[in-house]
Design a protein around this ligand. Structure first.
Ligand SMILES: C[S@@+](CC[C@H](N)C(=O)[O-])C[C@H]1O[C@@H](n2cnc3c(N)ncnc32)[C@H](O)[C@@H]1O
Length: 357
């Protein structure tokens, strides 16, 4: 699983428990990112629809959510991965842009990323293996990158992991049905479903996923875009169509309220943290129209960049990180009997740190 801002690895057991105790059979993960939560729901037997605006996220969802493991031959997949993994490096866009003009990967890995990506397009476009191989490549590239986790900058001296050779591994596919959808959550929320449970995990600050993960976006689009700046970002990062309403303090609260109102699900689970622009009370007020509202709260470590410290472009530490943990919240909203059923186990276990409503 790739390094990803806001990834909900630690919250996953709680989200799974809420969905299971609600008796959910269908789920929507509307800001699916890594698809971690969608995978958790799918693993529990739910039929999941995973949505995100990002191209790489759609590719992960096609691999982990939409692909039924039973329909894929492991032997064929392993053969394809072994073949791709054996290809000699061939310098192309990745090498030139992300190894020479910038330093996201060491050239020996960049050349192999170029060769593998070309071969995936040439030999597997349109095949069921395509999203799986592309996901494997992105995950392999992520393991040998030279960043602190986001692609707005690379570290000054090569990161130790960047010396490792690119290693294509088989993604852990899950059996069962699912669907991947790429698009804007505000537009899609009223059109999808109905679902038993919807999980909402929007961006909650100005940091754009499109620019933070522009290398993955380009690896999927494979369109050799013109680029700008030290980080060689795609030129279309300047295009308003690549901007999200959830990254603006002015537009985010209204957009979120609209999604919460419009999403077609019985139970709504809404994630946010105490670094969000919207306060707990506002979120609870947004959800009040859906019935009963209960808020769960969890202590959580901040993302790796915060732990490493604040650096200037030369790599010199210039500031101190004010805190290393934050609080994560899950607002649970829906008809009272459904909310009580979903949270009964957590109440029993004493895991309900705060409860409102
Ligand atoms: C906090 S992250 C979700 C992380 C995810 N829950 C996980 O565990 O990996 C927010 C996601 O919202 C997506 N996003 C941003 N604006 C969006 C929009 N308008 N519609 C749909 N997705 C959007 C981003 O691409 C990002 O993947």
């Amino acid at each position: 699983m790739i390094k990803y801002l806001g990834s909900k690895r630690r919250l996953l057991p709680v989200l799974e428990q809420l969905a299971a105790e609600a008796g959910a059979e269908t789920a929507l993960d509307l800001f699916t990112g890594t698809t971690r939560v969608a995978q958790g729901f799918k693993r529990r037997g739910l039929s999941v629809t995973a949505v995100d605006a990002a191209r790489y996220s759609e590719m992960f969802a096609r691999c982990y959510v939409e692909t039924d493991a039973a329909a894929i031959s492991e032997a064929d997949l392993d053969e394809a991965l072994a073949h791709l993994g054996s290809l000699p490096g061939r310098p192309g866009y990745v090498t030139e842009t992300f190894c020479v003009s910038s330093r996201f990967f060491q050239p020996f890995n960049g050349e192999r990323i170029d060769a593998v990506r070309e071969a995936i397009e040439r030999d597997y476009a349109g095949s069921a293996l395509y999203p799986i191989l592309l996901t494997s490549l992105i995950e392999a590239a992520d393991r040998v990158d030279s960043t602190t986790g986001v692609q707005m900058a690379y570290v000054k001296a090569w990161a130790p992991r960047s010396f490792n050779p690119l290693d294509l591994r088989r993604p852990a596919l899950l059996p069962g049905p699912g669907r991947a959808v790429r698009g804007d959550a505000v537009e899609l929320a009223p059109t999808l479903g109905p679902f038993d449970v919807a999980y909402l995990d929007p961006p909650y600050n100005q940091h754009r996923y499109f620019t933070n993960y522009h290398v993955w976006e380009t690896l999927v689009a494979w369109d050799a875009p013109e680029h700008y700046g030290v980080a060689c970002k795609r030129v279309d990062a300047r295009d308003p169509t690549t901007k999200s309403v959830f990254n603006s303090r002015r537009t985010m609260p209204g957009a979120l309220a609209e999604v919460v109102r419009a999403v077609r699900a019985e139970l709504v689970l809404l994630s946010y943290n105490d670094e969000s622009w919207v306060a707990q009370e506002e979120l609870e007020a947004m959800c009040a129209g859906r019935g009963e509202v209960v808020t769960l709260s969890f202590e959580s470590a901040r993302y790796v960049g915060a732990r490493i410290g604040i650096h200037n472009p030369a790599g010199v530490k210039v500031g101190r990180v004010s805190h290393l943990t934050n609080r994560e919240y899950v607002v649970v909203a829906g008809p009272p009997d459904c909310v009580r059923r979903a949270t009964a186990g957590l109440r029993r276990d004493g895991a309900l740190a705060t409860a409102a409503g």
